[in-house]
Design a protein around this ligand. Structure first.
Ligand code: SF4
Length: 476
């Protein structure tokens, strides 16, 4: 169900405000907590100063994300000490990982729950409960019966396929915060998908830590795979786009490749975090494969999926990364011509093997200024690649999902064509006409920037443009 600020029972209802940080999986967790609070008759408010309860859903992935979470807690704590707020709750991965330390350092916080404790918010809202209440992530897997109140976009939603991860990438602390992989059943996911479509969702974004491994952890007859899930979701009436995120770089099974190529709803949009390409770095990252596998995987997908849009992420500055390794990464990025690329700086995380490599002087640390230089150099190369890719679409007619008023101007609308994922990729700015939000429109690209497209809506038979316009309340 979609959350909207409502005045219904405004005066009597207790109010709650959420700060949602981190990844799309964390956003879904926030939406579950939104659902829990609504079930307890709490009304969601956009401004923290109007809230009786404030929940900060934190991220604990890497240094900058952790700092952002702590800053948000400190900011919300002011409302607890000086404002209307009577209860400050900290949830999510940072709490899962550091609740004991945070509890000592942040006395203003009333409750700490973990990355899988969303349903514990109910008892917290109702009655006194222990301050530290962080559970074992392995004890919870989201299900379609959990209350979920979606925030943000009406027409596009995340569908969380599983919790946790079974891999052991040496730079990553996620398994220690989210536990081992726990997939949801196909039936449970189809049930939630049907409910989302009934709410007006046209695009489903499939997310988990390790989506290609979906279903492998399910026992006995329940064991399944991503291809089977995609076929089942493809049967959901009313769904237009199915987008798959976070594919670990493995050789995709032929039946999976066929779904990306031939299925009318499964977008040939490959989101595959590759992280690096140099053999030595991949080995110390414990990615389980070398650079050759990466080249062959990208090549194979390009051969099989003519229309493919490729998104990836790369990490620079991993312990032991040499200048030669980085030059290999630059050469690979030039060769691969990714459509979308995110470049992360390596962040030393306690409890990870990479951190041990540093502590035991097994691999030398890359100086911070060198890490920043490498990130910038790679992003500059990618900006040129993206600009060329965007430029090559001028003159093309694309099907665009119209999403809302443009940030550029109230007279423009923003949308996305299937090659652009929400929240992470660029957009299509529609210049002439105000078609219904949530409609698919054909539009011809007239201009391109480094990351966005500008397009003209196609004339309808009657020659005039669809002119009505509805305003959409934005949820922060
Ligand atoms: S696949 Fe690797 S990087 Fe991704 S969540 Fe699992 S351990 Fe972390």
């Amino acid at each position: 169900m979609k959350t909207e600020p409502s005045d219904e029972g405004a005066s009597s209802a207790r109010t709650v405000h959420f700060v949602s940080l981190g990844c799309a999986k964390n956003q879904v967790d926030t939406e579950v907590m939104l659902g829990v609070s609504a079930a307890e008759q709490y009304r969601w408010v956009p401004n923290p100063e109007e809230a009786d309860v404030i929940v900060v859903n934190t991220c604990g992935f890497i240094g900058p994300a952790k700092q952002e979470s702590i800053d948000a807690i400190v900011e919300m704590a002011e409302h607890r000490s000086e404002g209307r707020c009577e209860k400050l709750v900290v949830a999510g991965c940072l709490s899962q990982r550091y609740s004991d330390d945070l509890a000592k350092e942040l006395p203003e916080v009333d409750h700490f729950i973990g990355s899988s404790d969303m349903l514990k918010l109910g008892p917290i809202l109702k009655s006194p409960t222990p301050r530290l209440n962080v559970g074992n992530p392995a004890h919870y897997t989201m299900s379609a019966s959990d209350p979920r109140l979606r925030a943000g976009n009406n027409f596009s939603a995340y569908l969380k396929l599983a919790e946790g991860c079974n891999r052991t990438c040496s730079f990553c602390a996620i398994p220690s915060m989210r536990g081992k992989q726990r997939s949801r059943s196909v039936e449970d996911l189809v049930q939630e998908a049907k409910r989302l479509v009934a709410e007006g969702v046209l695009e489903l974004n499939l997310i988990s830590q390790d989506t290609i491994a979906y279903g492998r952890d399910l026992p006995g007859e329940k064991r399944t795979d991503l291809a089977e899930l995609l076929r089942a979701l493809g049967e959901v009436q009313g769904l237009r786009w199915i987008r798959v995120h976070y594919l670990y770089p493995e050789k995709l099974q032929p039946q999976l490749v066929a779904l990306f190529r031939d299925h009318p709803k499964v977008l040939p949009y490959i989101d595959m975090p590759l992280q690096h390409v140099a053999d030595g770095v991949l080995r110390s990252m414990r990615r389980g494969h070398g650079g050759d596998r990466i080249y062959r995987t990208v090549e194979h997908l390009r051969e099989q999926l003519e229309e493919m849009i490729f998104r990836t992420t790369l990490i620079v500055g991993h312990p032991g990364e040499s200048e030669q390794d980085f030059q290999e990464l630059l050469k690979f990025t030039q060769w691969a011509q990714f459509d979308h690329l995110g470049v992360f700086q390596y962040s030393p995380e306690e409890g990870t093997r990479s951190m041990d490599l540093l502590a035991q002087n097994v691999a030398p640390a890359v100086p911070q200024e060198v890490i920043e230089q490498r990130q910038q150099e790679l992003m500059e190369l990618q900006r040129d690649i993206s600009a060329a890719s965007m430029g090559s679409r001028v003159g093309q007619t694309l099907e665009v999902l119209v999403e809302g008023t443009s940030e550029e101007s109230d007279l423009l609308l923003d949308g996305r064509w299937w090659g652009q994922a929400q929240d992470v990729d660029g957009k299509v700015i529609l210049t002439n006409g105000m078609p219904d939000l949530g409609s698919f429109q054909r539009a011809t690209v007239t201009h391109a920037t480094d990351y966005d497209l500008i397009a003209d809506l196609e004339r309808t038979e009657s020659g005039e443009r669809a002119a009505n316009r509805i305003s959409l309340p934005t949820i922060p």
